[in-house]
Design a protein around this ligand. Structure first.
Ligand code: SF4
Length: 356
């Protein structure tokens, strides 16, 4: 019996690809094994991440540890981490993101419950509909790591969801590197999946603000039970000056208009977001605008990230050239936003404690 184990770091696109890689190995006659404690494994697949310095260190650390533990196992590594330092180790095959995607192409994003990963336990199927990004937000390394744009055709998405549903999956999580760059159109895909499949629930990893259009609003209104009620919409900042420095292609006015449309639905939607604090050039006034915007929208979840310069990005250049924001200031700003998070989340968290 040929055996394998997979490891995944980072975003849901990576997780979807790791699931597909498992399926690929199963189709080739391999059997999935629990990760740790195996005497012997024939193949290990590790999908890495470099969204932060820590993620990169952890990814490379795991490769080294597994290489030491399983010196005779074929180890295939891919993903966004900087893999230069391990590429010459014996038994290691490095696949670029595009090589990995070509290898998985014939699966049409399908996989089955045989892969036995943590998502299959919860009846949630990760549907990767898009890959690649050419938006070049100035703080982000993804466009350098995944420069090739790809979109899953709507017909293929329908067939994949029908198969997943027949296989027992009850929920589909739509995922992509940059859903703004999904060429058939995000709301067109949702409409087709809602009309042409019986999937009980469609949810989303995160939705770019520019994907919120009038068609999506109509669908949220028409299918309140089949579309997830929690929307994670990463904004990164509420200051137009900082949004421009980040190369985010929206302004505060647009954010407020879209949230007003969502709130007018009165269908019990709740919201989450990602905010970067301490971006180069962020003044107290800029931060205050972000704080006010978050307060006005009333997020149930705010993921606060302290800006960290990533190699090769424009923001890093800006970071090196601009006046430094002290660590204390960044800490204070994060704390303030996290407290706001707690305040807006409290009634939400208290709900389950109510006894009927
Ligand atoms: S949209 Fe911006 S943040 Fe998202 S992957 Fe592309 S460059 Fe990175």
């Amino acid at each position: 019996m040929k055996t394998f184990a997979v490891y995944n770091f980072g975003c849901r696109v990576n997780a979807a690809e790791t699931n597909q890689f498992s399926q690929k190995l199963i189709n080739e006659g391999y059997t999935p094994m629990a990760k740790e404690g195996q005497e012997r494994l024939d193949t290990i697949f590790i999908n890495t991440c470099s969204v932060t310095k820590k993620a990169n260190i952890e990814s490379v650390g795991l490769i080294r540890r597994l290489h030491k533990k399983y010196p005779d196992t074929k180890i295939i590594v891919s993903g966004c981490a900087n893999l230069k330092e391990i590429k010459d180790l014996s038994n290691i095959t490095v696949l670029s993101n595009s090589e990995k995607e070509i290898k998985l192409q014939d699966l049409n994003c399908e996989y089955t419950r045989k892969i036995a990963d943590k998502f299959s336990h919860t009846n949630r199927f990760l549907l990767k509909i898009q890959s690649g990004c050419t938006a070049f937000c100035t703080y982000c390394t993804v466009p350098y790591k995944r420069p090739y744009l790809w979109s899953l055709p709507i017909e293929t998405a329908i067939n994949t969801v029908i198969s997943a549903n027949n296989d027992g999956y009850k929920e589909v999580i739509i995922t992509g590197v940059n859903l703004n760059q999904y060429t058939p159109g995000f709301s067109n895909l949702l409409k087709a999946l809602l009309e042409k499949t019986n999937i009980q629930l469609i949810s989303f990893g995160s939705i770019p603000i520019n994907c919120i259009d009038i068609n999506l609003i109509k669908l949220l209104k028409k299918y309140p039970k089949r579309l997830q009620k929690f929307l994670h919409i990463p904004l990164q900042s509420g200051s137009d000056k900082i949004l421009k420095l980040m190369h985010r292609n929206y302004i505060k006015k647009v954010i407020l208009e879209k949230f007003s449309l969502l709130k007018n639905l009165e269908s019990g939607l709740s919201f989450g977001t990602d905010i970067i604090v301490g971006f180069p050039g962020e003044t107290d006034a800029d931060f205050q605008q972000t704080y006010n915007l978050c307060q006005q929208i009333g997020f149930n979840k705010i993921h606060v990230f302290k800006y960290s310069p990533r190699p090769g990005t424009l923001a890093r250049k800006l970071f090196l050239e601009s006046e430094k924001i002290s660590k204390d200031t960044v800490k204070q700003r994060s704390k303030k936003l996290r407290l706001l998070n707690v305040q807006t989340t409290l009634p939400f968290r208290q709900k389950p404690e109510k006894k009927s």
